[in-house]
Write a protein that binds this ligand. Structure first.
Ligand code: FE2
Length: 440
């Protein structure tokens, strides 16, 4: 027996209560409002044979990109596989299960291909699409951030529930492929359909960040604040807002946003700690005293090390930023050791740790201990391949900023100017680049 979900995609479950809870969970997953895991779990308790429900639970947990949530997702993937084995699940659910299995087993590149296979048959499989898109981001796969959406978009329309969110994905993919005008037009189209689409707000903001359009970025956020500031993604859009203020040199405002909107309370969510590290490190590079905030952040990272070390190189490097800034030598050594251990093997994170994470972490550690020339030796070769360990262009900009400051501190002003030229050329409206150039 099979039925169709709201996007006309087949579901093996027919219980209307279970399907209602699934649709609620999907809306929460898309909108970053509410907890899709808490929503779907009662449906799974009532109907353990709810294959797509297990997929939803696993996808929502995995999307956090942390070891502990992968561990929590594994029973759901196993339950889905058991239903496939028993012939209870349909082909869509079988395809989704195969891709999720690759994800929880650490082969994120293979999962990317399997999600695409799932989308060939069911281009409106929103669980496959969103999970794949988020992992395109985790894998730094800019082309697929855009092209995966291009491949399914013709199957969507304004009458398909959740269409705006797919446009939001597409806008972000276009932005990461440097197609800023198309990205902004797509983000606006998404926001016309759903003004609270946090991902679309974010995509437009990235366009402005990458072009140094500071005033436009401020206006963009200000005009949409009632929508973007009240969901689970707000901390990251606040991070972007802080970057805009940082560009203007409005440091008090940056710290206010950090204290109130990014790390108001202690947290153990890696996404938040990553943004906190990335913002404080930028201030640290500018010589601004953020020692007490960094010490607090280093404590939060240290509390996570046992469970998460060596799981995702992008997070490990961001933990290293906090440790290096406050001279936590034991934790710095531990991160390096964990990355070295993680670099051995065939998982996607092994490649990320080997190619990017380890040299970056060594470079950051060198910066932290005043070995600026060594920092340059580690960071320069990896700067242009750093996309391999994930994140956005805006996030990885931190590597170039570190190179510039390390070069300045060891007297290589020509080298610092060399990289600053790139920044100023691409972001003519950015005051930060011009200020740094003047400092040289
Ligand atoms: Fe972002």
């Amino acid at each position: 027996m099979t039925t169709l979900d709201l996007r006309d995609t087949p579901v093996s479950m027919t219980d209307p209560t279970a399907l209602d809870l699934l649709e609620q969970a999907i809306r929460q997953f898309q909108s970053y409002v509410g907890d899709p895991v808490a929503t779907i779990e009662p449906a799974l308790e009532a109907r353990p044979d709810f294959a797509l429900g297990h997929a939803m639970r696993a996808a929502a947990l995995i999307s956090f990109g942390e070891q502990r949530f992968f561990d929590q997702a594994r029973p759901s993937v196993a339950a889905l596989e058991a239903l496939v084995e028993r012939g209870v699940a349909n082909d869509r659910e079988r395809a989704l299960g195969a891709a999720l299995r690759k994800l929880v087993d650490g082969d994120w590149n293979a999962a990317s291909v399997l999600f695409d296979r799932a989308l060939v048959a069911n281009p409106r499989d929103v669980i496959a699409l969103q999970t794949a898109h988020l992992f395109d981001f985790v894998r730094g796969d800019a082309l697929n951030l855009r092209n995966r959406i291009s491949r399914v978009l013709p199957a969507w329309s304004a009458s398909t529930p959740g269409y705006s969110y797919v446009l939001g994905f597409y806008a972000f993919g276009l932005e990461e492929c440097n197609q800023y005008d198309a990205a902004l037009a797509t983000a606006n189209k998404a926001l016309e359909l759903e003004p609270a689409d946090a991902w679309a707000v974010h995509a437009g903001l990235h366009c402005m960040e990458m072009q140094g359009q500071i005033d436009q970025g401020m206006q963009w956020l200000e005009s949409k604040k009632p929508q973007w500031s009240v969901n689970g993604f707000a901390f990251h859009n606040h991070w972007h807002l802080a970057l805009l203020h940082l560009d203007r040199g409005e440091i008090a405002r940056v710290l206010e946003i950090f204290d109130r909107d990014i790390l108001a309370e202690d947290t153990d969510i890696a996404f938040v700690l990553v943004d906190a590290s990335a913002l404080l490190w930028r201030l640290h590079l500018l010589g601004i005293d953020v020692a007490s905030r960094m010490a607090r952040l280093a404590n939060l990272w240290e509390a996570k090390l046992d469970g998460e070390r060596g799981f995702y190189a992008f997070n490990d490097v961001h933990a290293m930023l906090a440790f290096a800034a406050v001279g936590r030598e034991a934790s710095m050594a531990r991160i390096l050791h964990d990355l070295e251990s993680a670099a051995v093997g065939s998982t996607t994170n092994a490649m990320m740790s080997r190619d990017v994470g380890l040299p970056l972490a060594r470079g950051v550690a060198a910066f932290g201990t005043g070995r600026y020339a060594q920092c340059l030796d580690e960071l320069e070769p990896v700067r242009d391949i750093a996309y391999r360990f994930g994140g956005s262009h805006a996030q990885r900009d931190l590597i170039t900023l570190t190179i510039i400051e390390a070069a300045r501190r060891c007297g290589k002003l020509q080298l610092a100017r060399h990289y600053l030229n790139e920044r100023v050329m691409h972001r003519p409206g950015s005051e930060l680049g011009t200020r740094l150039l003047a400092r040289m």
